[in-house]
Ligand binder design. Structure first.
Ligand SMILES: [Zn+2]
Length: 131
């Protein structure tokens, strides 16, 4: 049994977790997830990118409570936040805890999900409110 991230190319298994994005060498735009075709800001090709580690910290820009969805996990209701990371990119993720509002500061952690068919523990990035 091993612990594996749901998206191994996007997440490092450290505490706190690190998101793997990229930075455009030409215009210094930081992106997450990585742009596969080139820079959305200046048009440089993807060969002009360098990998860039992003902190899993940010602030909530929008929030919604999910009451029904097509999978058995996570159990409903749960909260999804649009989170602006401190380095600028915006991600959507589950935010745990009470009192999640626009402007809440959040930090990421690795939450275990359903094991895969081989019994490996799959973890994915979630956030929790820090203030
Ligand atoms: Zn660029």
């Amino acid at each position: 049994m091993t612990i594996q991230p749901r998206h191994p190319h996007l997440l490092k298994l450290v505490d706190p977790p690190i998101l793997v994005g990229h930075r455009c060498i030409t215009c210094e735009r930081i992106a997450f997830p990585p742009d596969p075709y080139g820079c959305e800001k200046c048009g440089s090709p993807a060969s002009n990118f360098e990998k860039w580690d992003l902190q899993a910290r940010g602030s909530v820009q929008a929030v919604a409570t999910v009451h029904r969805h097509h999978r058995p996990t996570p159990p409903t209701p749960f909260t999804v936040g649009v989170i602006e990371l401190v380095e600028g990119p915006v991600v959507k993720a589950i935010v745990e805890g009470d009192g999640v509002v626009v402007g809440s500061s959040v930090e990421g952690f690795l939450a275990p999900e359903e094991p895969d068919d081989a019994g490996n523990v799959i973890v994915d990035l979630r956030f929790r409110v820090t203030r």
